[in-house]
Design a protein around this ligand. Structure first.
Ligand code: 4NP
Length: 174
């Protein structure tokens, strides 16, 4: 007898990797913000969301305590453990989102094909409401305002990025 599951077309989830320098402030926050948007829309089966850093010095650590505090005030529990981005990530993920131009440069220099190169985008491209920013600035040496700004920019940009990914998914699967 044929297994029922063989009849169900297997749709691979869209894999999104957020990348910053240390993977303890911006990218784990982006991961938390995007995951909540995906969960709120019941889209869990269509997306795999992860984050990583171009610098491996914080590998294994929980997100920065200040980032956790500010995120928690908006209802995000950040549980990601920092890890360094690997060459395999450029193959595995479909969209690789650097938080600033340095992250994008570092990621593009790891790419070994034009296909991989084209997966890399700047999160700044998705910021709609704050016209002063074309990137998500590093809050590590900033005060509370820096962390609040990061969350404001990420909430805006994740919404926009998810809208774009969803419109592509609808075209592919209609
Ligand atoms: P992130 O922030 O790239 O948003 O995780 C930073 C974390 C650590 C350092 C710099 C930025 N650091 O210099 O150790």
């Amino acid at each position: 007898m044929q297994n029922l599951r063989d009849d169900i077309p297997q749709r691979k989830p869209t894999r999104v990797l957020f990348v910053c320098l240390g993977n303890i402030c911006r990218s784990p926050a982006a991961q938390g913000v995007m995951q909540r948007l995906v969960n709120e829309r019941n889209l869990e089966e269509f997306y795999e969301i992860d984050s990583a850093g171009t610098y491996g010095g914080h590998s294994g650590q929980m997100p920065d305590r200040r980032m956790c505090v500010h995120a928690r005030q908006r209802g995000y529990e950040l549980t990601h453990r920092a890890r360094q981005v690997t060459p395999d990530d450029l193959e595995h993920f479909d969209v690789i989102v650097g938080m600033d131009a340095a992250n994008v440069d570092d990621l593009q220099s790891m790419a070994y094909s034009t296909g991989q190169m084209r997966k890399v985008v700047n999160m700044g491209n998705y910021i709609r409401f704050n016209r002063h920013y074309d990137h998500v600035p590093d809050p590590y040496y900033e005060g509370s305002e820096g962390f609040e700004l990061v969350l404001d920019l990420l909430e805006d940009a994740c919404e926009c990025l998810l809208q774009e990914l969803e419109s592509k998914r609808m075209i592919i699967h209609q």
